[in-house]
Write a protein that binds this ligand. Sequence first.
Ligand SMILES: Cc1cc2nc3c(=O)[nH]c(=O)nc-3n(C[C@H](O)[C@H](O)[C@H](O)COP(=O)(O)OP(=O)(O)OC[C@H]3O[C@@H](n4cnc5c(N)ncnc54)[C@H](O)[C@@H]3O)c2cc1C
Length: 333
Amino acid sequence: MKIIQNHKITNSLKIDSISKFYVEINSKNEFLDLYEYMKDKDLDSLVIGEGTNLVPPNFFDGIAIKPNFKNISFCNQKNIVSVGSSVNWHYFVCSCIEKNISGFENLSLIPGSVGAAPIQNIGAYGQEVSNLIEKVHCFDLRTGEFHTLDNKECKFTYRNSFFKKSSLIIYSIDFITNHNDELNLDYESIQKYMTHFKVDPKSLTAARVSEIICEIRKNTLPDPKIIPNAGSFFKNTKMHKQDINDKIFSLDKLIIWDLEDGLVKVGAARLIQLIKDQLPANNNVKLYEKHALILVSNSFASQSEIVEYANSIKKLVYDNFNVSLEIEPIIVN
Ligand SMILES: Cc1cc2nc3c(=O)[nH]c(=O)nc-3n(C[C@H](O)[C@H](O)[C@H](O)COP(=O)(O)OP(=O)(O)OC[C@H]3O[C@@H](n4cnc5c(N)ncnc54)[C@H](O)[C@@H]3O)c2cc1C
C-alpha cells in the first residue's frame, strides 16, 4: 500500500482538486493495512470511483481512497456474476449483453464504476441497479471488518441506499444474471424513439435496446469528456401535490407523476426550465441547453461556484413552486 501526498482527484466536472493523501487499494489485505494506518489518525476519508458524481473541493484535507478491483467472473450454475468495484459500469453492461444476459441494457452508458452503482442506486429509462443486485461485498473502514450485505440490507430507494451515510468501501458486487423479465420499453423516450423510427417491439433484443438507449443518451446528455458535468444535478422531488405553489405557474405546466400514499413526484427539469431566465449569469457554470437538470462547467469552475449556482436554482424553485430540490451529486467537504 503506497500513500501518495497531494494527489489530484479526477472528476468529471474538471474541478481542479487535490487530496492531501491518496491511496490505491489493490487487495483485501491492503484494506487491513489502510485500517491500521488510519486507526490512530483523525483523517477524513473519501472513496473515489471515476469521479462522475462528485463535486470535490480545491483541497481535500484527508485521504482519497481508490479501490482497484477489476475482476469479472460469471458463474452460470448460480446465475451470478461477481464484479470488482473498479470495473467501468458500461463495460460491464456490454459484457452482460455479449453473453445474452438481459436486465442491464436500460442502464447502458451511465458513466462511472461498478462499485459506485449501489451508492445512489443508479437508474435510468425505467430500470434501477437495485433490481439486479444479489449481494454487495465491502470493508468497513471504521471497524476494520469485512461484510457482505444482501439486497434488503442495502436499503435501496430512489437515488439512495444504506451506503450513502456509511463507512463501507465496496470492493465487489454479485449481480443476478437470470433476469428473464421481458425487455423494459415503457419509458417515454424509448416509446418516442420506437414510434419515430417505426421499431417493431417484437424485433428487439437486449443488445438493440442498449444501442437505442446509447443513441438517446448521446443526443440528450453532454459527454463529460468534452463538456464537464456530473449528470443530473437535482433529484425529482417527492411531496404532497397540494403543497405545490400554483399561484405563479399553473400545475399543468409541471411534470407530475402520481405515487402511492397520496404523494407525487415532481419533475425537477421542468421546474428549472420555467425559472431559468431568472438565474444569475455565471462565467464558468451554466445549465446545459439540451437538459435543464445538468450543470455544465467550462473547466474553470470551483466547487464553491458550482454549489452557489446550484443554490440559486434551489432558491428560485422554492420561491416559485414551494418545491425543495435536493442536490444529487456528492458535495465533498
Ligand atoms: C453525463 C452523466 C450522466 C449520468 N447519468 C446518470 C444516470 O442516468 N443515472 C444515474 O443514476 N446516475 C447518472 N450519473 C451519475 C453517475 O454516473 C453515477 O452516480 C455513477 O454511479 C458514479 O460513478 P463513479 O465511479 O464516477 O463514482 P464517484 O463519482 O467517484 O463517487 C460517487 C459516490 O460513490 C462513492 N463511491 C464510489 N466508489 C465507491 C466504492 N467502491 N465504495 C464505496 N463508495 C464508493 C463516492 O465516495 C461518492 O460518494 C451520470 C453522470 C454523468 C456525468
